[in-house]
Write a protein that binds this ligand. Sequence first.
Ligand SMILES: Cc1cc2nc3c(=O)[nH]c(=O)nc-3n(C[C@H](O)[C@H](O)[C@H](O)COP(=O)(O)OP(=O)(O)OC[C@H]3O[C@@H](n4cnc5c(N)ncnc54)[C@H](O)[C@@H]3O)c2cc1C
Length: 505
Amino acid sequence: MIRDSKQRQKNVIVVGAGLGGLAAAISLKAEGFDVEIVEKNERIGGKLNFTEIDGYGFDLGPSIFTLPQFFESLWERAGKRMEDYVQLESVSPHWRNFFEDGLIFDLYEEPDRMKAELAKLEGDPEALWAQFQAFLTYGREQYHLVDDGYFKKGLDNVWEMLFHYGWKMIFKMDHRNTMTGSINKHFEEPHLRMIFEYFIKYVGSSAHDAPGYMNLMPVIQFDYGLWYVKGGMYNLARGLGKLLDDLGIPVRLNSEVASINKEGGEVKGVTLGNGETLTADYVVCNMEVLPAYRKLLSEPPAFMKTLEKFAPACSGLVIHLGTDRIYDQLAHHNFFYSNNQSKHFDSVFQQGKLPEDPTIYLVAPTRTDPSKAPAGHDNIKILPHIPPINPDKPHTREEYMALKERVIDKLERMGLTDLRKHTVVEDVLTPVDIERMYNSNQGSIYGVVSDWKKNQAFKAPKQSSKYRNLFFTGGSVNPGGGMPMAVLCGQKVADRVVKAEAKRA
Ligand SMILES: Cc1cc2nc3c(=O)[nH]c(=O)nc-3n(C[C@H](O)[C@H](O)[C@H](O)COP(=O)(O)OP(=O)(O)OC[C@H]3O[C@@H](n4cnc5c(N)ncnc54)[C@H](O)[C@@H]3O)c2cc1C
């Protein structure tokens, strides 16, 4: 509930209606700020976006919903209940994994079903189950450590971490191993190694470069569930839109911010593309940090250099297909593994090359929601992770389309017979489209990369180091990309604004 006593007579402009922007706007309104959102696109949601073509409803962005508690807490801040706005459906199996050697292996939340599935692998099922549980126990310890400070307190850098956790706890966090290193210590079975490595998908990074504590990601799924938003992922944005209406938060759509106006160490507001100027006591920017400093604040190269460590996470080739038949072997979420996953990670994250044989994520939402395709037809979204745009040597559209053909070849080889022939609708987004649509940094789909050597897996801080009343929110800011993280980020940004305001009062 927004209490009158909280009215602060201070106004905030939020630049961008992505999940981080929406969460910040709602949380700040609940704290009594006067909030307005300015969004360049025709609808709210940012990368949480959709299109409809000939009866096929495609979610253009996220398809996997995890960590509902971080969404519920946003509604709680506003004195509302999430279930009155958004309904979730549990998805089972979580993932279906296809390997080139013919193995098809499911991940289940229910321990008995998961244990039974392990019998498909070579080796003693009891021993594999023991390894599986030991891995989850270790992952759970990592999750709770990270949740306690980095998530719940919204910590932003090593010093805040040290202050919160102390040295002892910091050393409990698995940062001396890579994610892959720790997986390999727990498992010898090659399929399990590949599956657990690919949990890094959730943050668009490489399991070879991310620290071991990122092995908390399977726990997110096994302990807190994997969900679908009833009626389609975009219903989450619709639910948030209803919450904005109920709270009286105005949104200007089709309004691109051209500059954030600065004066000394402060910002004064924003100027829109049409020349209109809006003044503000605080600006919260949901445009990604690097493009915002470069384009909206025109910061000099020396300053931009200090931000280089916040390099973009991967981009994606997002292929939407409508087929005139159903591929029964698909579950809702599917992974088709590379023959050489190390090479895949190396191509995408070290060499900046389009992978020859990528690991491919494929979502077939009609398994949960038949409304997403005409009866008897399939709705298939295919997402290989690929490098962000290299501005010095961008890939051509022909190169992206050649990758698309390699991907379809692989899927046909691995069982989706005549996928090309049965495709009646096709829509492809390249990194160039993704950059254009959302102003993301080099077409990144998850904000900043989680790479121990580059940034110790930290994203940019929530408060600007240059302008005291400028804050950032979303996937390029701690705790990073993915829907739950962006929504959590917005809430934590609001807490920082409240603190900054208290300091001035
Ligand atoms: C293909 C794809 C698949 C994904 N899959 C998943 C998944 O399964 N699960 C998951 O949890 N996450 C997934 N993600 C990631 C998730 O979508 C993002 O991490 C999250 O939605 C990002 O939120 P954000 O707050 O960073 O804002 P963004 O979504 O980046 O939105 C930023 C907003 O700011 C607006 N904007 C930018 N510049 C300006 C300006 N100058 N003026 C006005 N407005 C501006 C943009 O138009 C946009 O609306 C996926 C993303 C993509 C693209």
